[in-house]
Design a protein. Sequence first.
Length: 230
Amino acid sequence: MKSATFKTIYLLGVFIAATAFCFAAGPGQLDRPVSGKIMNGIRILPVSHTDDPVILVVYRGDYIKFKVDPSLDGLSLSIPGLEIETKLSRDITAAPYFKMKQAGSFAFTLGNVSGQIWVVDYIQEKYTEVTSAEARQIIDTRNPLVLDVRTPAEYKRGHLENAVLLPVQILQQNLGRLAAYKDQDILVYCATGNRSTVASKILIDDGFSRIINLRRGIVDWHRQNHPIVQ
């Protein structure tokens, strides 16, 4: 009983500290490194058995999967703050992925492991987020490469004029196609701004230096009555 009470108090302390740290540092300003690695457009988060609270740091806009170690007892995932309650698979290819839509600190349990997922905004000197109106002005005045990172089916239903299609799932394997634009403006967009955030991170990690993300994607672009090519 004492052990359970101590763990509860300890977890509460971690939560309070995490929340205070997030507010003190500001979104995207954390010193703790981002967890896992991006593979095929999805951030893979390894989780193994531990008695200590786990802190995972991801970016807002990330699609995440949990890579469950055989040492972990149980596959039930619960993230109440994100309304996620499901069972996972130890097979990473069969495991579901989850979209991190909002910044914040969210308690989670996975089997007998518990902790926090910190979702932070991506802030980088080579990266800018813009509204639809700002993107339109950039296209008119700076002639960027316009990069669509959605699926081919989405692209066929409508896209920005002169947009190059390169889905985020295969972006890492095809960065060579964009090598000529390493030091030029690249305007990246998807449907709502999540996949484009992931794509922007992939590009910057590979040395691209002028990345512009259409914050709310082509959905907002269309809502603001900007032109779409079909």
